[in-house]
Design a protein around this ligand. Structure first.
Ligand code: SF4
Length: 426
């Protein structure tokens, strides 16, 4: 039985069923028209939604700024989109947690196909103060470190600007290992994309807070366990880069606390390996995140790429992990806990993500997991070439599934639990 059957439908708005409803687009929303309708990205929640044409046309009647009257025929759709954070209503509709596939409307074929990237991950630097046991990007760091120079970030920015993605991720390597590059990249990406900062928290996270607030960026901290010893064994420090005694667990928690207190939208991502995949450990971590005020949790099944491909023993879990995570989501939904959960199963399609290396090359994991394809992006017709490479080398169905929560099949509608409000720095 699908758990959906036992869940209530979305709650109504505060105004009652007959009160007139007005609505506006959420101030920071990103929208892109697609052949099936549109894709919306909600930066505060780091959450994509695919909307069918009906939802898309209800949304098209809204604008940012002044709220407009909602037609009775659109009322239910607009309410659902307000619960998802895509628009805001008068009277207000609270945002609610979303646990399943991120589809609003009718998608009889499941996750829809896309022709352009949703997300591009951009290396800030090849340096990192950690040596995570499963590091996906290990092969894009070690051999780049010695030659890294200050011109590289210009090339990363150029290639990112040519990439028609909705979201640009400032990643690495650890962005905090090169805060100057991180600020430049963040500002450059924000010109035409929503921005996410991926960080371990090891470094001076506080120095990036003003830039994050200014650009309405979302920050995603990496944390693998509620237990410092387990986390720090999976994510040990590089003693050549940070003082002995530095704990990746402690730095991530400090970062989460600072982001929450500063009103910077933040989430946590966890790489699920054989060492942290038991239900009790994941439940403990979820409860710790809830207590810390985290509203979004992304769980990634470890991908046999980078370091995890070289030393897979004791790390890889495959589809057993999907079953455990599906149960975790079902448990979270049945308790109506206020946290969005996204599960990725990129181990099934390793070539689902788009990376730009620290040198500004396109880097795409090979289908069989054996290393990354490295491609230069020339200056002439860069966007067209890049799109061609994306369609040729990236598993576009896997890409859409990764960001639209396609691993899960539960709760195809939406929402159950009210999310705590956050202050967005607009
Ligand atoms: S923090 Fe990220 S880039 Fe650094 S070692 Fe860990 S997984 Fe790799």
């Amino acid at each position: 039985m699908l758990v959906t059957e036992s869940l209530p439908t979305a709650a109504g708005t505060g105004g009652g069923i007959d009160a007139p409803l007005r609505a506006r687009l959420a101030a920071t929303i990103r929208l892109r028209t697609e052949s099936f309708g549109s894709i919306a990205y909600v930066p505060e929640r780091d959450h994509f939604y695919a909307l069918d044409r009906e939802y898309g046309s209800a949304l098209q009647r809204l604008a940012t700024g002044e709220a407009r009257p909602v037609r009775p025929a659109h009322r239910e759709m607009v309410t659902a989109m307000a619960e998802a954070g895509i628009c805001e209503t008068e009277p207000p509709t609270p945002q609610r947690a979303f646990y399943g596939r991120s589809l609003l409307g009718a998608f009889p074929g499941g996750i829809p196909s896309i022709k352009a990237p949703m997300v591009v991950n951009c290396f800030t630097t090849a340096q990192c103060p950690l040596r995570c046991t499963y590091c996906h990007a290990d092969d894009l760091m070690k051999s780049y470190r010695e030659d890294e120079n200050s011109d590289w970030i210009d090339e990363v920015i150029r290639v990112a600007a040519a990439t028609p993605a909705m979201v640009g991720v400032v990643t690495g390597g650890e962005p905090l290992a090169s805060p100057g590059n991180a600020k430049r990249l963040l500002t450059a990406l924000a010109r035409d994309k929503a921005v996410v900062l991926d960080t371990s928290g090891v470094g001076d996270f506080g120095s990036l807070v003003p830039a994050l607030r200014h650009n309405n960026a979302h920050v995603r901290f990496s944390l693998d366990s509620a237990h410092p010893s387990i986390n720090d064994r999976l994510r040990p420090i590089n003693r050549r880069q940070v003082p002995l005694g530095t704990s990746s667990f402690r730095k991530a928690i400090e970062g989460v606390r600072l982001a929450v207190s500063e009103g910077v939208a933040c989430s946590v991502q966890t790489v699920v390996t054989a060492r942290n995949s038991d239900s009790a450990s994941l439940t403990e971590l979820r409860d710790m995140l809830l207590e810390a005020g985290v509203r979004t949790w992304a769980l990634h099944i470890v991908v046999p790429a980078g370091k995890a491909a070289q030393r897979p023993k004791g790390l890889l879990i495959g589809d057993d992990g999907v079953a455990t995570l599906t149960r975790l989501v079902a448990d979270t939904a049945s308790q109506r806990l206020p946290i969005d959960i996204r599960v990725t199963s990129t181990h099934r399609q390793p070539n689902s993500t788009l990376l730009i290396s620290a040198k500004g090359e396109l880097a795409i994991q090979r289908r069989d997991g054996a290393g990354k394809k490295i491609l230069r992006v020339g200056r002439v017709m860069a966007r067209r070439r890049l799109l061609r490479q994306f369609r040729r080398h990236v598993d576009t169905a896997g890409h859409a599934s990764r960001y639209l929560n396609g691993t899960l099949d539960l709760y195809p509608k939406y929402v159950t639990a009210g999310l705590p409000a956050i202050t967005v720095a607009v």
